[in-house]
Structures are given as structure tokens and as C-alpha cells.
Design a protein. Structure first.
Length: 442
């Protein structure tokens, strides 16, 4: 039974049969060709049996699929397949990897050849666009000899499960840049520092260039030469990423939902804030407060945030901003930086929630993050050639204008805003964080 399940006939064998059938037809008019065709048929049968013997005379082929422990959402994740053959001849292999159903790819196939008693690797990438559990099915390897008459099927590593987490690759990229203080290399603007922070560090000798306003006159009198106070950046300030999981966040751009853009950004931003010694926390909400992670400043806290972000889901309900305000008022006792990831497509939708946003901004530094509709921008850029296109462009420009009007309306009430394209969300969020820290607004 094992033999029958693993035995396949190569496509070349059917070409041989077609050639013999054509020769038998021609031998009807050329009689002397008839016995030659029979000899060729017997030769094909002999080669067929010999090919089976070659493929099944030893174990022959071993393959392994190497998966990472976690896949990174919205990124290209490398998958490696390693082959080792013990056949004493060149082996032609066809690889069919059963990818998870989420990819909806049913034509994945790779062909190569292996030298005798050799090893080789094959790399490919996958790009998941949803978080959750991804199950890889059978790794099917079809091996054939140089005769290419029969094939032997090998099956390895059935049902391997790997979780897809928020963008770990993106987080690690910004992590490296934050540690090396090179965030500006990826387009993050440098912010001029305004004023002074309130966190005292030390008293030191005055050197030319120090600000006269920082002179400590008592220390100067004692030491009989100028001494100045030195301050450092304020640290351990509470910062919360607040993610709206309502229906407005289900809108997809480049196959990725706005919710997942927000999750990837929140993870990368939280990592950068922790590296800069601030406290980071997280709140997710829609009709209810779904998750609340208090702001803490310790390296292991990022794992807690990652696990919470992995399990976030969204539905088709409207979000309750009044409930969010009540929760923040009850739980957040210190002035904090609140990064609210949401989306408003109409100014009327914003005005319904504006009283709650204004109330939050009175006690905390609130940054409302919402998204440009890049599909509308693409439509606006198209040249109008008929009345219907003009109508569509006019409506698209109206919606685009409303986004900018919403940004101005929030600014009137002292609320910081980020209006961004989905793909630029993380960069713009970190930019705003650096700006707020540099200006001492928190």
C-alpha cells in the first residue's frame, strides 16, 4: 500500500507511449516497421521496471521545511527547504508545498535537480496579511531519475502550525535605529529642542556655551566659580497606544486592514518608547474595553503588549468613545501621552465624538491618528475624460477635503493629529512622539 501511494508516472512516459502509438499506426502502411515498434515497446517496459528499481532501491531523499517560530504580519517571511539525496545518480525533484489556506495559493511548485549524494536548499517567501494560526500541510517531494519514466513521492512534515504575530520585522528595524540613535536615516525628522525639561541630573562646572539661565548661584558662591544645573530628557513618562477595533478599522489597503496597520505601528512605537526609557501601555476598545495594559517601563513588558496585540479582533459595531473617556478618567491618574488610532471618513462622524476627545485632551496629551484614503488620491490624480469621471473626481476631492477639515477642527481644540497614508503610519507616529518629547508638551 505504501508503494502504491508513493508511486507516480512521469509525464515523459506518456510522450513515449504517444510516440509508440504513432509508430504502430505508421506500421500499417510500412509492415517492416511493425516488429521494430514491438522491440521498442519491450524496451520501454524494461526501462520502466528498471526506473522503478532505481527509485525504490534505497531511501533516496530526505527534505526538511524550516519555519520561523513566528511569522511577521504584512512582511516577507523567508521559508527554507533543505534537501539531501543518497541516490547514486542525478535526481530531478519537483517540490509542492501545501501552503496555509489563508494564502489561497494552490499552484505552488518548484523544480530543480540534485547531483548524486548531494544537498541543496530552496528559499521562498510568504506575506501573511492576517494574524492568527497558519497551518502548513504536507511537504511533497516528487523524485525521478534521468530516465524520467516513473516518480516517487516523499511526504514530510505534515501539519506544521506557526503563529502570525504583528510585524516583528518592522519592530526590529526601528529597534536597531532607536538603539543606535539613527532614526533620522529612515526619514524621521530631527526636532529642535524647545525650553528645558524638569528632570535634574547634576551640577557641573560652567563651560562656554552653557545657558546662563541654568547657573546655580548658591553652588557658584560655595565653589567661587560658575556652576550650572544640568538637566536630562524626562523619562518614565506614561504613553498609551489606544486602538479602535470598531468597524471603521476593517477597511483594507494593499490587502492589509487598517487595524493591522495600527497594530504594527503600536508594536514598533512601543518598542522605541521603551528603548527611550518611557512607560508604555495599551488600550483597545469598541463597544467595550477589550484590553487594558497599564504603562510599565521594563524590557519584558513588550512581550505582554505583543501577546495582547496578537489576539485583537474587530467587528462591525460602532465604537463607544464615551466608554473610553470614562475608562481613561478612572484608570489613568497621571498626565499621559495618548495615541488614538482610529478613522473618520465624514466630519459628522468626528463631531459626534468630539466632546469626548476634547475632554480627554484636557487631562492628557491626545494625538488622534487617522488615515488618508489612498484609493481616493489615486482617483483624483486620474485625468477626467468624460462626465462620469469628472463626477467621481469631484466626490473624491470632497472626501479628501473633509479629512483636512477634520484635522483643522481637532487643532482648534488643542488636539494633536496625524493624518497619514497607511504605509507611512509608523514613521509619522514616531515623528510625532519625538516632536512632543522635544517640545516638552508632556
Amino acid at each position: 500500500m505504501h508503494f502504491l501511494k508513493s508511486f507516480y508516472i512521469h509525464n515523459t512516459f506518456f510522450w513515449y507511449l504517444a510516440f509508440l502509438a504513432a509508430c504502430f499506426m505508421v506500421s500499417y502502411w510500412i509492415p517492416w516497421l511493425y516488429p521494430i515498434v514491438w522491440l521498442l515497446t519491450l524496451l520501454l517496459v524494461g526501462l520502466f521496471l528498471f526506473d522503478i528499481y532505481l527509485l525504490y532501491s534505497c531511501e533516496g531523499l530526505v527534505a526538511e521545511r524550516n519555519l520561523p517560530q513566528k511569522l511577521s504580519n504584512s512582511d516577507l517571511n523567508p521559508i527554507k527547504i533543505t534537501f539531501t539525496t543518497s541516490y547514486a545518480f542525478e535526481t530531478f525533484v519537483s517540490v509542492i508545498d501545501e501552503l496555509p489556506v489563508q494564502f489561497q495559493k494552490r499552484d505552488f511548485e518548484f523544480r530543480t535537480s540534485l547531483a548524486k549524494s548531494a544537498s541543496a536548499t530552496f528559499d521562498y517567501t510568504v506575506r501573511p496579511v492576517d494574524r492568527g494560526e497558519y497551518v502548513f500541510g504536507n511537504l511533497n517531494i516528487f523524485a525521478s531519475s534521468p530516465l524520467r519514466i516513473a516518480k516517487r513521492r516523499y511526504v514530510f512534515q505534515k501539519d506544521q502550525m506557526v503563529p502570525v504575530y504583528p510585524s516583528i520585522i518592522q519592530m526590529q528595524r526601528y529597534d536597531f535605529l532607536a538603539i543606535s540613535n539613527r532614526l533620522s536615516e529612515i526619514g524621521l525628522k530631527k526636532i529642535r529642542r524647545i525650553g528645558h525639561t524638569q528632570e535634574f541630573e547634576q551640577i557641573k562646572d560652567y563651560v562656554p556655551g552653557d545657558d546662563f539661565r541654568t547657573i546655580n548661584w548658591k553652588a557658584t558662591a560655595k565653589q567661587r566659580h560658575l556652576m550650572v544645573n544640568q538637566y536630562q530628557d524626562e523619562r518614565s513618562q506614561p504613553i498609551y497606544s489606544i486602538i479602535d477595533t470598531g468597524r471603521v478599522m476593517k477597511m483594507p489597503f494593499n490587502e492589509l486592514k487598517l487595524l493591522d496597520y495600527a497594530i504594527n505601528s503600536a508594536l514598533a512605537f512601543s518598542n522605541v518608547a521603551l528603548k527611550r526609557n518611557d512607560k508604555t501601555g495599551m488600550i483597545t476598545f469598541s463597544k467595550n474595553i477589550e484590553a487594558f495594559v497599564p504603562a510599565v517601563q521594563k524590557p519584558t513588558h513588550l512581550n505582554t503588549i505583543l501577546e495582547k496585540l496578537y489576539n485583537i479582533t474587530t467587528d462591525f459595531t460602532d465604537s463607544d468613545f464615551g466608554l473610553l473617556y470614562a475608562h481613561i478618567k478612572r484608570k489613568l491618574n497621571h498626565r499621559s501621552l495618548l495615541l488614538l488610532y482610529s478613522n473618520f471618513e465624514h466630519i459628522s462622524a468626528l463631531k459626534r465624538q468630539l466632546p469626548f476627545l476634547v475632554a480627554m485632551a484636557k487631562q492628557h496629551v491626545l494625538v488622534v491618528i487617522f488615515f488618508e484614503n489612498t484609493e481616493l488620491e489615486r482617483l483624483i490624480a486620474v485625468d477626467a475624460e468624460d462626465i462620469q469621471t469628472i463626477y467621481h473626481k469631484t466626490i473624491a476631492e470632497k472626501f479628501s477635503l473633509e479629512k483636512r477639515l477634520m484635522q483643522k477642527e481637532l487643532g482648534k481644540h488643542g488636539i494633536q493629529t496625524i493624518l497619514t497614508k497607511p504605509r507611512e503610519l509608523t514613521i509619522n507616529t514616531i515623528n510625532k512622539y519625538l516632536e512632543i518629547k522635544a517640545r516638552g508638551l508632556l
